[in-house]
Each structure stands twice: as C-alpha cells, then as structure tokens.
Design a binder for this molecule. Structure first.
Ligand code: C2E
Ligand code: CA
Ligand code: CA
Length: 383
C-alpha cells in the first residue's frame, strides 16, 4: 500500500490498461469516464473505492480515472486484495462482488453508490493503519517493554514479560490494543513478533551480563506469539535464529500463546509446540480462564506454564466456594506438571492469598509496570 498525490488532470488509469491495483480516495475528487473520456460515469470523493473490478475479475480497465483537483489516493495492490480474498469466506467474497457490481450499475446512472459512510470510514481507517504499521516496521518503531514476574512467596524477580509498544516519531507511545488487531488481520504481526523476540533476547543477554546475581539465577524472558505462528513450522527456525544471534540460552526464553492457537489445534500446532520445546524454549499458555480452557483438555498440549488471567482470579476470590475452586485449579495444574503464574496482581491482599494457595509466580502493577529497556537494565545495576 502506498499513497499517490495528484493534481488536476492527472490520469490514474485509462480504458484498456491492465488492472494492477485499487484506489481509495482520501482527499479530493476523481472522475470516472468511458468512451475516451466523453462519457462521465461518476464523480468520486473521500472514502470512495475504485479500480477494484479489474482486479476482482482479472481483466483490464473498462473506464478512465482522472483527478479533477488536488487529490490524495491510497493504493491497494491487486496482489494484496487477492490475498485478502483468498482468506475470506466465499459467501463474503460473492456478496462483495455483488455490491461492487450494483454500485457500478448505479454509478453509470449517476445514482448514489449505496455504500454506507461508516463502512467506507472503517475501511479507510484500516488501510491507513496498515500503511502506518508497515512504515513503523521499516523505521523500527516497535519497542519491547518489560514487566517483572516475581516469586509470590519471596518477591524475588524471576523473569520479565516483553510487551510491545509503538513509539511513534512524535514520541507518543501506542498500546498494543490500538494496533495489534489490524496487524493480525494483515499478517504484519509476524514481523512485529519477530522484532520484539530479538529485542527481548538481546535485552535479557544485556541484563545477564550486567548483573552477576541475574546470571546466577534462572532469570527468563517471555514473549507473546500470535496464534498464526503456531500453524507454521518456520517459527521454530526463527526462534533458533534469535537465540543464536543474541547468545541467549534457550532455557531462558519462554513463548506465550493464547488458547486461540490451541482451539484451531491440529497435529501441525502440536508439532510446532514440540519443535519449540525441543529447542529448550518453554511454552506458556496465556490468559487461562478467559476462554474455553479446561484443565482436562489441556493435558493434550505439551505446555510448561499456565498463566492465569486476572479476571479469573478476581472472580474466584469472591467467596469461600470460589477460593476452593481456585485452590483446586492450582492443585490440578501442579498435578499436570504446569508451573503457574497469576497476572494482573494489583493488590497486596490478593498476592498474599495466592501465595498461600501455592501459586508460585505473580505479575502485575503491584510488582512493577511494563518499563522500557533502559529502565529495566538500570534496575539491575542497583542490585
Ligand atoms: P497479555 O499478554 O495478557 O499481557 C498482559 C497485559 O496486562 C499487558 O497489557 C500489561 O500491561 C497488562 N497488565 C500488567 N499488569 C497489570 C495489572 O496489574 N493490572 C491490569 N489491569 N493490567 C495489567 P498490554 O501491554 O497493553 O498488552 C495487551 C495485550 O497485547 C497482551 O496481553 C498481549 O495479548 C498483546 N501483546 C503485547 N505485546 C505483544 C507482542 O509483542 N506480540 C503479540 N502477538 N501480542 C502482544
Ligand atoms: Ca502475555
Ligand atoms: Ca495474559
């Protein structure tokens, strides 16, 4: 995806040209015409999509598109559209083609396109975010922050979770919730996760070099991997590459996956997890208690650590019965050989109760917020 800046009279494409991409008007106006520009079909403005039919149908342009004033367009490559269509539900694709054809028929009669403003606004926003994410990856603006994970009994640091932040060129920090969903939809998440993986391994090595106490301990770093990694064995090689490039021992690295990765579970998923563990890297199931997970079904997966979600713990701590259930969950996790971490611990009383219940590790604002690498390293100098 890229942007095109045009002035009045600039031709975007002509009848008979091959269709290589579609366009979204961000600003300005575009006229679509046929018969050598003599027959005006429609005038398009901000939010309108055009040029997509030649791509959908694999044909040539059947009209000419010209900017009528200062105009800004976002281009969507045909290949990109084809990939999106290949990953879409066939019913949605059919509906989309029908809507587009109807839109064209209507526009030939110069009738309103019939596409709702909110739909085009959302599409435009998505395209803009995608472009920004691609540029941010090139400029290496994604940055790993580190949140401590401590022993609940002794409060000693045991490891860090690496959490991505987007540091924009103006210095503002963007939370993952504001860009990960788009990055997941267009597969950029793969590059983001790999950049964070390398940063996390490098930071852990720096930390071990700096602090003899950390080096003597079992200090680990854990990274979050999106579900799609677990469908592709190539991720095992990527992990090996990160370990080799940074010199981090495999036993000091953990990978967190969410249940979504397991729900789509196939032999391939299990084989990827086995491949990761064969490297000596441990695997942690994140957000336990927020989905459909039951310990019964978890025994099928070769997992080392269960990370119990904050909401699950808070719900369980409400009353004696809930407390007993939580004890039972922790006991069963132990019996199945999982380590347990509770995340999102904000209050001292919760930490004390969890420690009494036998939960080994904890993470949350009570022990420390996610911090940038330099602060994390500085905290080791003072140890
Ligand atoms: P998560 O993996 O469950 O990470 C824990 C989230 O809880 C983090 O939010 C963390 O800042 C927040 N948190 C930590 N302690 C507390 C606490 O005491 N109370 C409360 N209320 N929240 C706490 P964050 O950093 O905004 O990350 C959100 C989610 O984005 C993560 O949830 C994870 O699913 C995803 N994510 C973060 N970094 C990455 C990454 O590098 N790759 C991928 N694929 N996903 C990531
Ligand atoms: Ca996590
Ligand atoms: Ca979590």
């Amino acid at each position: 995806m890229s942007q095109l800046v045009l002035v009045a009279g600039d031709v975007i494409f002509r009848e008979g040209d091959p269709g290589t991409c579609a366009y979204m008007v961000e600003f300005g106006e575009v006229e679509i015409s046929t018969d050598g520009g003599t027959r005006l079909l429609s005038k398009l403005g901000p939010g309108d999509l055009f040029g997509e039919v030649a791509i959908l149908d694999g044909g040539v342009r059947t009209a000419t598109a010209v900017a009528t004033g200062d105009t800004l367009l976002t281009t969507v490559a045909g290949e990109d559209l084809a990939n999106r269509l290949a990953n879409s539900d066939p019913v949605v694709v059919h509906l989309m083609k029908t809507v587009i054809r109807r839109q064209i028929r209507q526009s030939r009669g110069d009738v309103d396109t019939g596409l709702s403003a909110s739909l085009t606004d959302r599409a435009l926003l998505e395209l803009r975010r995608e472009r920004e994410i691609r540029e941010a990856l090139e400029r290496r603006e994604f940055e790993a922050f580190f949140q401590p994970i401590v022993g609940l009994e002794d409060r000693v640091l045991r490891g860090y979770e690496a959490l991505v932040r987007w540091r924009r060129s103006d210095g503002t920090l963007v939370s993952p919730a504001d860009f990960l969903p788009v990055a997941e939809r267009n597969n950029r998440i793969r590059e983001i996760d790999l950049q964070i993986l390398h940063q996390a391994c490098r930071a852990a090595v720096d930390c071990l070099r700096r602090s003899p106490r950390a080096a003597a301990s079992d200090l680990f770093v854990t990274v979050n991997f999106a579900p799609l990694h677990f469908r592709d064995h190539a991720i095992v090689d990527e992990l090996q590459r990160a370990l080799t490039a940074t010199g981090l021992p495999a036993r000091r690295l953990k990978v967190e996956l969410t249940e979504t990765a397991l729900l789509e579970s196939s032999d391939a998923t299990i084989s990827v997890i086995n491949g990761i563990r064969a490297l000596g890297v441990r695997v942690c199931l994140d957000d336990f208690g927020t989905g459909y997970s039951s310990l019964g079904y978890l025994h099928r997966f070769p997992i080392d650590t269960l990370k119990i979600d904050r909401s699950f713990v808070l719900a369980m701590m409400n009353g004696e019965r809930g407390r007993k259930l939580l004890v039972a969950v922790l006991d069963m996790a132990r019996a199945l050989g999982f380590d347990t971490v509770v995340e999102g611990i904000e209050d001292e009383p919760v930490a004390v109760v969890l420690a009494k219940m036998g939960c080994a590790l904890g993470q949350g604002y009570l022990f420390g917020r996610p911090m940038e690498r330099s602060r994390m390293l500085a905290s080791h100098r003072s140890l």
